[in-house]
Write a protein that binds this ligand. Structure first.
Ligand SMILES: Nc1nc2c(ncn2[C@@H]2O[C@H](COP(=O)(O)OP(=O)(O)OP(=O)(O)O)[C@@H](O)[C@H]2O)c(=O)[nH]1
Ligand SMILES: [Mg+2]
Length: 349
């Protein structure tokens, strides 16, 4: 745990500089990556109104009371218009934000056209360098946003609730690919048991063994490495040899009453510990940075297409496609050549 006390006002100023890409941002971000002090990131995903913010509020408080410095960030990649009030409404941290060891921050897409995941990645890295022990992330929005959380987090908690109907739950089947831990919230409402049962049944199709850490050889069934879902198997252990694997537990919670929070927090920590010890955590981080770097590169190339020379060339290519002189694929290949050429010229100057 961090020993030096964190100056929250200083943290807020530093993050604003990074988020708004002020002149000093590059230096701050560079220094943060240089320090390479990874901080465990817990992401929370799930349908609107599932109780994600309420849960995070309890979880942040739980870890703060255990002595950790906790940063909570809400990311809204869905719209450039939901900064301020709207995001504030959906992201209330009444209990935790009053705790001196909790820092709460929202990150909207304002002025970040297409760059929010970059900003979030940088912000998380800077938070780590500032000495926090843990970051909790809620992404507001729909399907794609869930994946963005998965991109950023070392542990993804997927929240389900009763009352959404089987169709929506089924449409959410994709969440079985991103969860490390499942939380069924609103146990006070009817149908919570059914939702938990469905989840368990679906997990049965993908994982042998029992919830949590499984030692090899105890499960009867071989763990099908690279089977139906390679990315799940890679994250949860099969690719790491004969040691052990993780089966995501389904935890029952009632965020409104704060019931089941300690058990949920304990499970998240058990997962992070298993992941750290097996070396999966470092690998997951590298994989994450791999797509981050690839996205940055693609973004830069695309940005070049709007510069004068390239933009004019793109116009000519489009006209050729429109007149039947070229296919879009052929035009794209020519554009790549043009962009690379332009990139090399810029680097050389
Ligand atoms: N009955 C019941 N309601 C709950 C429980 N937990 C949260 N809620 C309520 O569900 C509503 C939504 O909670 P939030 O925490 O804002 O949910 P969210 O998933 O963050 O919502 P969005 O950010 O808008 O997607 C609030 O009115 C909560 O009080 C619970 O355990 N039981
Ligand atoms: Mg919320």
């Amino acid at each position: 745990m961090s020993e030096r006390p964190i100056d929250i006002r200083q943290v807020a100023r530093t993050l604003s500089a990074v988020e708004n890409r002020r002149p000093q941002a590059d230096a701050i971000v560079r220094e943060a990556y240089r320090q390479a002090r990874p901080v465990p990131v817990v992401g929370i995903a799930g349908p609107p109104g599932a109780g994600k913010s309420t849960l995070l509020d309890h979880l942040a408080l739980h870890w703060a009371q255990a002595g950790e410095q906790v940063a909570v960030i809400a990311v809204d990649p869905s719209s450039p218009y939901t900064g301020g009030a709207m995001l504030g409404d959906r992201f209330r941290m009444d209990r935790a934000s009053a705790h001196p060891r909790v820092f709460v921050r929202s990150l909207s897409s304002r002025g970040q056209a297409g760059g929010l995941s970059r900003a979030a990645q940088d912000v998380v890295t800077v938070i780590g360098a500032l000495g926090f022990d843990r970051v909790l992330v809620e992404t507001v929005g729909s399907g794609q946003a869930d994946l963005d959380v998965a991109m950023l987090a070392d542990c993804v908690v997927v929240v389900s609730v009763p009352g959404l109907g089987d169709q929506i739950q089924a449409a959410k089947a994709g969440i079985l690919e991103i969860g490390d831990v499942y939380a069924v919230n609103k146990q006070d409402l009817p149908g919570a048991d059914t939702v938990a049962g469905h989840l368990e049944a679906n997990l049965d199709l993908v994982y042998p063994g029992r919830a949590g850490v499984n030692e090899p050889g105890r499960t009867g069934r071989r763990y099908a490495a690279g089977g139906a879902n390679p990315s799940v198997h890679r994250r949860h252990g099969a690719a790491h040899g004969p040691e052990s694997f993780w089966r995501p537990p389904v935890m029952r919670v009632s965020a409104r009453e704060g019931a089941g929070i300690d058990a949920l927090a304990g499970t998240i920590d058990a997962f992070l510990e298993w992941q750290r010890e097996g070396g999966c955590e470092a690998q997951r981080r590298v994989e994450r940075l791999r797509s981050h770097v690839a996205r940055l590169a693609a973004g830069r190339l695309l940005a070049l297409a709007s510069h004068e020379g390239s933009s004019a060339e793109l116009g000519r290519l489009a006209e050729r496609v429109a007149s039947g002189a070229s296919t879009p694929d052929q035009a794209a290949e020519v554009l790549i050549d043009v962009l690379f050429e332009s990139w090399r010229r810029r680097r050389a100057t």
